[in-house]
Structure formats: C-alpha cells, structure tokens
Design a protein around this ligand. Sequence first.
Ligand code: BES
Ligand code: MN
Ligand code: MN
Length: 463
Amino acid sequence: MQATQQYIQQNRERFLAELLDWLRIPSVSADPKFKGDVQRMAEAVADQLRATGAENVEVCPTAGHPIVYGEKLISPELPTVLVYGHYDVQPADPLELWESGPFEPVIKKTELHPDGAIFARGSCDDKGQVFMHIKAFEAMSANSELPCNVKFMIEGEEEVGSVNLGKYCEANKDKLKCDVVLISDTSIIANDVPSVTVGLRGLSYVEVEVTGPNRDLHSGIYGGAVANPVNVLCDMISSLHDENRHIAIPGFYDDVEIISEAERAEMSKAPHNEAAYKTALNIGDTMGEAGFTTHERTSIRPTLDVNGIWGGYIGEGAKTVLPAKAFAKISMRLVPHQHPDKITELFAKHFQSIAPPSVSVEVRPHHGGFPVVTPTDTPEYQAAHKAMEATFGKAPIPMREGGSIPIVALFESVLGVKSVLMGFGLNSDAIHSPNEHYGLFNFYKGIETIPHFFSHYAVLKSK
Ligand code: BES
Ligand code: MN
Ligand code: MN
C-alpha cells in the first residue's frame, strides 16, 4: 500500500479542488426547486466514479432522486465491499446565518481545525466523506493495490428518508451482493481521539395538527371562552415529559434495551468534557433524562423533540387573533428493540387521548427508521479498528451515536449484510446547521485510512 499512500500525498491539492467543485452544486433533496441540481450532482458522482476506474457506472432513476452505482470487481475469490453514502444535502436555511455562501466553499481555520476546514453545506454530511472513498479508490486502483472488490452505491435521498433506496435494494439484491457495507457518514470523538461508531438511533417522525374553532377569531371577543389551539398544543407538548424529563407516553419505554452497569461503565470511559460542551454551545447547563449522562442521553436513551412549531400571527407588529389551528413537527429518536411503527402508533394514540374536547387533533406520520448496533467481534469492525489505529497512532474507541441512518437496518434485513460505520466528522462540524464545515485533517485522514481498511479486511475476512 506504499504506492497508494504516496499517490495520496502527491495528489492532495487536486483532491481538494475536485471536492470543492462538488460542493458548489446545491443538491438539496428536500426542496423540489433544486431537482435539476440534484440530478447534476448525481452526474458529477458518476463522472468521478468513471474517471477513477469504476465500471458499469450508472445514474439509476427512481421515483425521486437518482441512485449512483459503480463497481470494480477484480476477483470472485476476494471479498466485496459495498461503499454507501449520500450526495444530497440538507436545506441551507437560515441563509442569513452563514458567514459565506453555503455553496461557495471556503477554507478557514477554527479552534478545532487549526489546519483549516472547508465551509459549505454537505462538506461533512456527506459529500466530503463520500469523496474520501472515491479518492481512496482512485489511489488503490491507479497503483494496482485494490485488495477487495468494490461496489459504490451513492444515493440522493438520505436526508429525506431513503424511501426509494429501500425499494432499489429490494429489487437489486443480486447486483448489490457483498460481504460488508462501508459507510463514512458519522463522527469521531475528536481529531486526537479516534472512534468507530457502533450504534445509531432509530427515528419516528410525526406532524401534528390541532384544530379549534372553524375560523380565526378576535382574541378579545372570544378569548377566554374558546380553546386557543396554540395554547392547547403547548400544554399537550409540555405534558409529554415528566419532571425527570422522562417521556410520558404509556408504553414508550416498554421495549427499550437495558444496558448493564458494566457496559455503561465501559461507555463512560469515552472522554467527554461537560464544561467545554456547554461553553461550545453557549448554554448555562445541559438538560435531559434524570439518571443519565450527556453521552448516554444522546446515544442509549430515546428522546422526544419538537423540531418546529407554528400557528397564528407571526408577521410584523401585533395582531389580536385567536388562531383556528396550530401545528408541530415532532421527532422521537429510538434505541435498540423499539419499533418505529409501534412508537408512532403509541404517540398517535396518546396524543389523541390528551386532547381536550375543545379541539380536534390529527397526527400524520412521516418517515421512520430502526436503530442499529453493530458488533465489534467481526472482521469488518476489526479492520476499521486496525485501519484507524494505523493512521491516528492510537486505538479507536467503539462509540454509539445519536443520529440516524435508517437504511443501515435495511441493509441487514434486505441484503443480509452488516455495516461498518467509519466516519471522520466531528459533532461540532455543524452538519444541518449554518456554517457546516469539514476539517482538512479529517478529509485527508479519511482518504489515508480507507485503504488500510480494505487491506486489513481482505486479510481478516479470508481467515
Ligand atoms: N449523517 C447523518 C447521521 C449522523 C450524523 C449519524 C452524525 C451519526 C453522527 C445523516 O445524514 C442524517 O442527518 N440523518 C437524519 C435522518 C434522516 C431520516 C433525515 C438524522 O439523523 O436526523
Ligand atoms: Mn449523512
Ligand atoms: Mn444529514
């Protein structure tokens, strides 16, 4: 792998310039306004795959945004790694909070990224991390040092629930046949504290609509006698947590995996500086479920959060109105053994039951996803461990994370394969937020580490 590593060093500047070209394409999957850009982005991924030596490259149309596929199959004797990632990004709003254009990448130094970071939507989540895989592949291919067969499947709908990718997997089981899925779409603890992700939370996402009177009313004439849906929605939402920040939906915790004290003690060894955490977010204190640490609250425990709430008059000045309707978008992050459909069902039933007769309530489910836990006694985990150990100079810590990648559970149930979650972002990289960025250190470290994964995996898998 020496030639591969040397090639990476010699082509650093070009790799970065090419990534910046990707980041200029506003591939926002949620907003139909960007449909053409999302298509253009899919073509750009396909172009990179072709240029770096992948074969049978296709931009596969779906009912939504395309899936980009490519492969390099060198020998049926060798294991096959399926690289999954996404080229779509979250909307950039609120635009006014960006210090530079979300699709005009710039490199700036930060406290955590003294060597510089690329500021752009998708730099970390997930274009920058997908790009590392293509460049690692280019380096291995160009030097005839590819130790495994590779398949790439890069989708354009991860940020909107991967619905069409699920169907694509069902329909293409043979084509996608592989020994493991390799994904870089998660975080490490810090640039000097490497980690491999071994768990992701699941998700149940609902929208609620509370309706009161049949029209907006004068809040003086009717206020006090007729239920205000915004007031009622706030009451209902606040009743969803008790005084211990425990979720008060009957049955919500029934299936929650109980983690042994020994395992919790092991998890607590991952470094966490509560004071620095608070300072970085400019909060006076953290808040969460009683009896659990910050890291536990964001990994092994389920949550319920309002993601958006609206209703009534929000324009300039004051308008005295008792609104007819109120709305909220609510997400629940789930942990092992919780079933997203069951949780959605429990939520809907409970939310209906707590509505006073003065309003009516509708609950509309959005996308969901199962949580995942990946084992550590597998060739793929060990390969990721050894790869990171080689490039970071210290052993990575296995760590469960709070975010969700719903398709990972499907890879297991539909394709029958496990995934390895070897991401290189930092939780402070502001993914989904204004000023998202990705460290140059992280970008290059990823490109260097991936070939190590491939060579260790080839050896460990054949044992
Ligand atoms: N890459 C993230 C998930 C992630 C980030 C996991 C950091 C662990 C650490 C992914 O793109 C994402 O944002 N997923 C969504 C779910 C999806 C259904 C919209 C999420 O977690 O909100
Ligand atoms: Mn992602
Ligand atoms: Mn994301």
